[in-house]
Design a protein around this ligand. Structure first.
Ligand SMILES: *[C@@H]1O[C@H](CO)[C@@H](O)[C@H](O)[C@H]1NC(C)=O
Length: 126
């Protein structure tokens, strides 16, 4: 068997990355791996619905709000409270750079989403 040159792997990854959409099944797998199924009482289907409603599974989605803050990534996490976008005042409660919430590995966003859902309102915080 011949080895696949690294450049092909990298460019196909970049092509996927450009598309910025993650499939429902791939997302379910990552969420499961990161122990979100049942986290704070929310099943995997709750998390999938949240991601779909917020971003239509677009991992690089950025949306500007009326107050000048921005929502980032799959879970549309807000820069006013949760991440630092270096543009406007932020509480930065997740101690994360907003750009990291767009990373295709999804880890920073999942970590921050866990923090948000752990607050009093649970998923109503979205
Ligand atoms: C994903 O979001 C980015 C940033 O908001 C946007 O430029 C891009 O067109 C979106 N991709 C899809 C497939 O909707």
């Amino acid at each position: 068997m011949t080895k696949v040159p690294l450049i092909y792997l990298v460019s196909s990854f970049l092509a996927l990355n450009q598309a910025s959409l993650i499939s429902r099944c791939d997302l379910a797998q990552v969420l499961q791996q990161e122990d979100l199924d049942g986290f704070e009482g929310y099943s995997l289907s709750h998390w999938l619905c949240l991601a779909f409603v917020e971003s239509k599974f677009n991992i690089s989605k950025i949306n500007e709000n009326a107050d000048g803050s921005f929502d980032y990534g799959l879970f549309q996490i807000n820069s006013h409270y949760w991440c630092n976008d270096h543009k406007s005042h932020s509480e930065n409660l997740c101690h994360v750079d907003c750009q990291d919430l767009l990373n295709p590995n999804l880890l920073a966003g999942i970590h921050c989403a866990k923090r948000i859902v752990s607050g009093a309102g649970g998923m109503n915080n979205w």
